[in-house]
Design a protein around this ligand. Structure first.
Ligand SMILES: [Fe+2]
Length: 201
């Protein structure tokens, strides 16, 4: 068995005009495929540890030292992207009543949450991700990680994530990351976020 690239849950052009078709092809077919290839190459060296990336990345010290950084980078890259595709949809969706109440209780209002998420995505220096997570205390938190680090390695459950690597937006948005972040809010699959929130509580 090896880890395989999951198909997109929609057509490559489904998120137009917010996320363009060319970016989706490059991002999914090239970038995500490379993470899959590289994590498989690393895991092949240690068949004894299996392929459960969530468990491995939840305890990175358990990963053999000679492949640890490769699994953090490429296993994280695979998990993050597999989640990211599912977190977007061309359909109109909305936060559940339960999630909306938790967002209000944590951030003050939905607009305040949005501002916090946008700030995390905008100020993440270089490559990385912005996240809405459920932390160890069962509370919502906005955070960001560098490179392909996953919040799972910090004991947090990601329920919404935005890739802010340049490869995610440069074809369409060039250097204007804030416009890409704004566009992302038009394609969030809140049904998936609601499901992850309910499971994480
Ligand atoms: Fe990416």
């Amino acid at each position: 068995m090896a880890i395989i690239l999951p198909e997109l849950p929609y057509a490559y052009d489904a998120l137009e005009p917010y996320i363009d078709e060319e970016t989706m092809h490059l991002h999914h077919d090239k970038h995500h495929q490379t993470y899959v290839n590289n994590v498989n190459a690393a895991l092949e060296k240690h068949p004894e540890i299996g392929e459960d990336l969530e468990s491995l990345l939840a305890d990175v010290e358990s990963i053999p030292a000679d492949i640890r950084q490769a699994v953090i980078n490429n296993g994280g890259g695979h998990l993050n992207h597999a989640l990211f595709w599912e977190l977007m949809t061309p359909e109109q969706t909305a936060p559940s009543a339960e999630l909306a109440a938790a967002i209000d209780a944590t951030f003050g209002s939905f607009e305040d949450f949005k501002a916090a998420f946008k700030a995390a995505a905008t100020t993440r220096f270089g490559s990385g991700w912005a996240w809405l997570v459920v932390n160890k205390e069962g509370k919502l938190e906005v955070t960001s990680t560098a490179n392909q680090d996953t919040p799972i390695s910090e004991g947090k459950t990601p329920i919404l994530g935005l890739d802010v690597w340049e490869h995610a937006y440069y074809v369409k948005y060039r250097n204007v990351r804030p416009d890409y972040i704004k566009a992302f809010f038009s394609v969030i699959n809140w049904n998936k976020v609601n499901e992850l929130f309910a499971a994480a509580k």
